[in-house]
Design a protein around this ligand. Sequence first.
Ligand SMILES: *Cc1c(COP(=O)(O)O)cnc(C)c1O
Length: 362
Amino acid sequence: MDRLHNYYAGPAALPTEVLEEAREELLNFQSSGCSVMETSHRSKEYDAVHNEAVSLVKELMGLDDKFHVIMVQGGASSQFAMVPMNLLSEGKSADYVLTGSWSQKAIKEAKNIGTVRVAADTSVDGVFTSLPKQDELDLDSNATYCHITSNNTIFGTQFRTFPNVGNVPLVADMSSDILSHKFDPSPFGIIYAGAQKNLGPSGVTLVIIRDDVLQQCNTNLPTMFTYKTHVDKNSLYNTPPTFGIYLMNKVLNWIKSNGGIKGVAKENTAKAELLYGTIDNSNGFYVNNIPADDRSQMNVVFRLPSEDLEKKFVADGLDAGFLGLKGHRSVGGIRISMYNATRLSSIEKFVGFMNDFSAKNG
Ligand SMILES: *Cc1c(COP(=O)(O)O)cnc(C)c1O
């Protein structure tokens, strides 16, 4: 059977070229006589992969020497706790912008550790369908950091421009839109992302830390939970997730060969315009009520006239070769996740299916 058009939210589609290369190298990596999975994390072959991944993140995101790039385990969910463990000591307070289920979880972890202020909460009856405007943020200028979720994977909203929080370091969970569009990294103290949406397979978590923020971090934590450990040892204090980092390296090279962030961002915008355009021009058959400025380019959520039609849409979609159309179990409806690896040609085929489906069932 052929590979399907894969719109799963995460783990998500990887570029086919990356998988093909990995298959090619699987048994014998660079004539080392073994797989990259089977070699020491201190070997020269692995070392080159590891260091190239770090330098590609810096190059693609335009990070200068003020930023450290580390790769750890535990997923973004561990970062929900690691950020406050490292930064939120006695007497300090952090602002959190609450825009969805992932920010909710980040807040829960931070509250276990220190003082949290919710700087905005856009929920209406437990549902988050918009982002706060700048003047709707209740910011504390003395906050140790201000945490945002850059892209709300479940609700389909995305900060295309980031809140202005003055001199307070922004901390962002970018799990579902890292490396998808260009932005100025300088206001960010910490950026973290689980790899399994836009960067590679699950098991690697990318963390970017600005040096002045690193200098404020707690160092009396257990070794593995201290950011400084991983920065000082270039993410090689213990065994890193070597195969995941190897695949991430390939994804980063793939982004670079596709025009870098500018190139993928252009394609992401084209995909989003096509899909939202199809929804908005469906005479109300497909509905997405998120304000235009807040709509995510990564996760597009929409409803059909009934749950029965949504079920049929998912089933007919699968028959037509489209995988992973179902919305998150907490919100229902349809969700199309189209990270960097999803090509415009795939979305062109998908909107063809959508137009056929609405014509037959509308
Ligand atoms: C998927 C996701 C997470 C969870 O990541 P894990 O690596 O599974 O812990 C956290 N935040 C956002 C925004 C996500 O999309």
